[in-house]
Structures are given as structure tokens and as C-alpha cells.
Design a protein around this ligand. Structure first.
Ligand code: MV4
Length: 500
């Protein structure tokens, strides 16, 4: 492998480009008309225009991506996450066209994309699952019989669903038939596949997922877990590694189950096995994600393994060379996703110009950003600006560092999820580790968003002033202090703190 085309954009494209360069590989970017000046285009060695901004015309346009790979002379394609990363047909087309696919075998993508096939495989592999059917329901009488058997509440799930799409909770028999019919028709229109199945609903679960790495010689290992329970409408906002609730023996047991799940599907490359964990720390297979995930940096920070470098290595046919027994968890890492969304308005997307973007830094602070100051957060794609990942020797230290870094993070021009992340970091339910996937519903009160965050408003105001000053330097020079050159050159931030 010498040249890798990254079929993606934003922070993950930058992340893969960096790993390619460190591996001595030539990174090739693709971009849409909305991304002409984007960071990933500027960080690549070569860049190829795909087409108009709409994803369907650009990052999802399989033929255009393959044509760019041909034109560039790339020998491999990395899909990142989202877009075509879990499209089995595309993975097949990549291989059929002679490129190395930096991801799992298409067959593994296909099997794990069908939730009933995944459940049948897990059952065979002895991986714990929530009680329920493995095959799709044939008729509603069967649904009633299964639901009576496993007991309410139950979940009706779409076989072609995932990530929360096509799911309905049913709490009593009377509502079951209607729910099955509605889930079936929703799945039919959303996925062109109306098959549904029934599972026991796990109340107030935690979302704990295990990172998997497998080479092409049958060696499969896990790299411990991440907790991703702080989600909003199935969109993760805060993740951490390790989970705050797993004792070592439970971690080892879940790690074995995750490896068994990956081996059952003949997995290769990086993937994630998602479990639900209940109050008794019993765990149940939920889904397997056949891609690298957004939150992979938390695992990298506590294991010291560069997951993208490993993906590239393994895709080239190298052996893993280690197992989980050779790895250990050092410290704790917390990731905050910085989206251009307004938490005070139900996380309404707020795309626009990044008038100011000055991320934090310092020991144990990593910011994977997909955009820079002066760029626009486009309307066409996921509005994630960056991921702030902080490492600490303990969970408390990682939280403290995250609070410090969030307080330093200067953004102006768009609303962001930073205030929500600061709110979560100071909430007792989060700090104590006593939370579930219902954290946002149970604990988030938008009225309390800026309780201690008037600072936030001030910071934004100062950021705007700083930005303006940077644009018109003399605007401040002759201010009330008279000739600035006679004044001691204090940091404007000190000035603000002093004024406060
Ligand atoms: C569940 C569940 C409770 N019981 N399955 C959400 C999306 C997909 N990952 C599956 N999901 C769930 N499956 C059973 N048997 C609760 C959820 C769920 C959830 C899971 C993880 C993180 C956030 C969630 C939000 C709502 C529902």
C-alpha cells in the first residue's frame, strides 16, 4: 500500500490523513463543492472534486469515489465513519475494482447490518442477548406469544434498523399488535425491509461498547470498553474509557464475549461490539458497528494504541502482534463532541461561519477538529466541529481537565454543545457515575444550562471583541488607555478577568 484515498470529510478525514502520513503512505482527499477550502483538503497530498455539496452527489456517490481512486492511482480506500463506511455493496465494489478496503469483509458488514442475522450469529456464539426472537416475526400472533413469554415491557425492533431507528417500546399486550404493524410499515418505508423482531426491553441500561481489532490471519483482540450512555436521540455526546462501573472480572467476561462475536462473523480490522448493561451488571448484545467509531480516541488515550495506524497495518496483511492480555488501561479519558447545535433549543443544528475557533490545549488535551476559524460549518453534513478528548490519571482528574479545557474553548459564530458538556461535567449524576442512557431525559434542564456559565456568555463576547480587534488592530490601540504603546502589554484575557 502506498496511496490511500479517504472517502470522507471533516475531523475523521484529517485523522486518517495524519495516520497515513505517519505510516509513510500518501493521503488522497475527496471533497464536494462545499468543502473546497476544508481542512481535510488542505492536509491531504492530493484532492479530487466529487461534485455538488449534497452527500448523494458527492461523499455517497460510489461511482465518483471509485473514479477518483482510479484517477489518483490510490491502492486503498479508507471510508472513515458514516457515509459509505457500512455499505457492504460499496466495500465489495472497492475490492472488485482492485483496491484494498481498509475495513471489515463486506460479508461481515452485511451480516451485522441485519439485526436478526446478527442475533442468530450471537446466539450460536454464546454471546448473551436480551430474551426475544432471533428471526423476524412471521405474524402478530407470534409477537403476542413471544411477548407473553418474555414479559412486558418489550421492544419491537426493525431487522434493517440500528442506531435506534425503527424501535418501539410496548408496555402492555393491548398495544402490541398496533406497535408491530407501525414498526413494520416504518421499517418498510425507511429501509425497504419491513422485517421486525421482539426483544425484552432492558430498563435504564448503560451503553458499554468494546473496541475490536482483528487481523487477516484470524487473530482477534479487544481493546477494552467505552461508555457512551450520555446520548441524545441516539446521538452520542459524551463518551469515556473505561466505563465507571465495570469491575475487572466483568470487563474480562464482556471482552471475551466481544471477541467471540467478532470471531463468529469472521471479522477483520476495527469494529465495535455494543452491549446494554443493566443495574445488576448483566450485559446483553445490542449491535456490532462494522467501522471505526467517532469515539475511538478515548480508547487510544488509555491504551496508547493508534487505532487508525492499526487499521492501515492490518489492511496491508500484517499480524496484530498482541492480545488484550498484552494491553492495559492507563488512566481515564473523556470525550466531548463539539457540535454546531444549540442545547438551549433542543440541540437544533446551528450551522454557519466559525467567526472564532480557538480550541484548548495543554497536557492530556487532544482536539480532533474538522474545521478551522474562518470556515463554515456546512448545512449539508453532520454539524460536528470537533471532539475534545481529555486524559487524566483517574476519572476525577479526567473530568477536572475536561472542565478546564471546556472553559478555555473559544467558539463564536455558531452555538455549540460546549455548554451542555460543561453542564454534564458538573452534574452529580455524571460525576458519581450514577447514570444510564436516560441521562439527558432524566437530568438535563436547559434552564440550568448557563447556571455557572455566565462566563460562557462573557467568553463569547470577549472572543468576538478579540476577533474584531484582530481584524482592525488600531481599533483598540487608541482606546480609553490612551496610547497603548505606553501601557504594560497585559494579556487581554487577564484584562477581562481583572475587569470581572
Ligand atoms: C435496546 C434498549 C433496551 N432494551 N434494546 C438504541 C439504539 C440501538 N443501539 C439499540 N438501542 C436500544 N436497544 C433492549 N432490548 C435500549 C436502547 C436504547 C439505547 C441504547 C443505547 C444508547 C442509547 C439508547 C437510547 C434509547 C434506547
Amino acid at each position: 500500500m502506498e496511496k490511500v484515498l479517504i472517502a470522507n470529510r471533516g475531523e475523521i478525514a484529517v485523522r486518517v490523513i495524519r495516520a497515513c502520513r505517519e505510516q509513510g503512505l500518501t493521503p488522497v482527499a475527496v471533497y464536494s463543492e462545499a468543502d473546497v477550502t476544508a481542512l481535510h483538503v488542505r492536509r491531504a497530498e492530493e484532492a479530487y472534486l466529487l461534485g455538488p455539496p449534497a452527500a448523494a452527489e458527492s461523499y455517497l456517490a460510489q461511482e465518483k469515489v471509485l473514479a477518483a481512486a482510479e484517477r489518483s492511482g490510490a491502492d486503498a480506500i479508507h471510508p472513515g465513519y458514516g457515509f459509505l463506511s457500512e455499505n457492504a455493496a460499496f466495500a465489495e465494489a472497492v475490492r472488485d475494482t482492485g483496491f484494498t478496503w481498509i475495513g471489515p469483509p463486506p460479508e461481515a458488514i452485511r451480516k451485522m447490518g441485519d439485526k436478526t442475522a446478527a442475533r442468530a450469529l450471537m446466539k450460536e456464539a454464546g454471546v448473551p442477548m436480551a430474551p426475544g426472537t432471533t428471526d423476524a416475526l412471521t405474524d402478530t400472533e407470534e409477537a403476542v406469544r413471544v411477548a407473553e413469554e418474555i414479559g412486558f415491557p418489550v421492544l419491537v425492533k426493525a431487522a434493517a434498523g440500528g442506531g435506534g431507528k425503527g424501535m418501539r417500546i410496548v408496555r402492555e399486550a393491548g398495544a402490541l399488535e398496533g406497535a408491530v404493524e407501525r414498526a413494520r410499515s416504518e421499517a418498510e418505508s425507511a429501509f425497504g425491509d419491513g422485517r421486525v423482531f421482539v426483544e425484552k426491553y432492558i430498563e435504564a441500561p448503560r451503553h458499554v461498547e468494546f473496541q475490536i481489532l482483528a487481523d487477516r490471519h484470524g487473530n482477534t483482540t479487544h481493546l477494552f470498553e467505552r461508555e457512551c450512555s450520555i446520548q441524545r436521540r441516539h446521538q452520542k455526546v459524551i463518551e469515556e474509557a473505561p466505563s465507571s462501573v465495570l469491575p475487572p472480572e466483568k470487563r474480562a467476561e464482556m471482552g471475551r464475549a466481544a471477541v467471540a462475536a467478532a470471531e463468529a462473523v469472521g471479522y477483520e480490522n476495527a469494529g465495535t461490539v455494543e452491549f446494554l448493561v443493566d443495574a445488576d451488571l448483566d450485559f446483553y448484545f445490542m449491535e456490532m458497528n462494522t467501522r471505526l467509531q467517532v469515539e475511538h480516541p478515548t480508547t487510544e488515550m488509555v491504551t496508547g494504541i493508534d487505532l487508525v495506524a492499526e487499521q492501515l497495518r492490518v489492511a496491508e496483511g500484517e499480524h496484530l502482534g498482541y492480545t488484550a492480555e498484552d494491553l492495559s488501561i492507563d488512566g481515564h479519558a473523556v470525550e466531548c463532541r463539539v457540535y454546531a447545535e444549540d442545547p438551549a433549543q433542543q440541540f437544533l443544528p446551528d450551522p454557519g461561519a466559525l467567526v472564532r475557533h480557538a480550541p484548548p490545549a495543554g497536557p492530556g488535551v487532544r482536539v480532533d477538529a474538522g474545521a478551522e476559524e474562518g470556515e463554515r460549518v456546512p448545512v449539508h453534513y453532520d454539524p460536528m466541529i470537533s471532539k475534545l478528548v481529555c486524559w487524566g490519571r483517574s476519572r476525577e482528574a479526567a473530568i477536572r481537565r475536561t472542565e478546564r479545557a471546556l472553559a478555555e474553548y473559544e467558539v463564536a459564530g455558531v452555538e455549540t454543545t460546549i455548554p451542555f458538556c460543561r453542564y454534564a461535567m458538573r452534574h452529580e449524576a455524571f460525576r458519581s457515575g450514577q447514570f444510564s442512557t436516560h441521562f439527558v431525559d432524566d437530568h438535563f434542564d436547559p434552564e440550568r444550562l448557563f447556571d455557572e456559565d455566565l462566563q460562557q456568555a462573557r467568553d463569547a463576547a470577549v472572543a468576538a471583541v478579540l476577533f474584531r480587534a484582530a481584524q482592525e488592530p488600531d481599533a483598540l490601540a487608541g482606546g480609553e488607555d490612551g496610547d497603548a504603546s505606553q501601557q504594560p502589554q497585559r494579556s487581554r484575557w487577564t484584562e477581562r478577568r481583572r475587569r470581572r
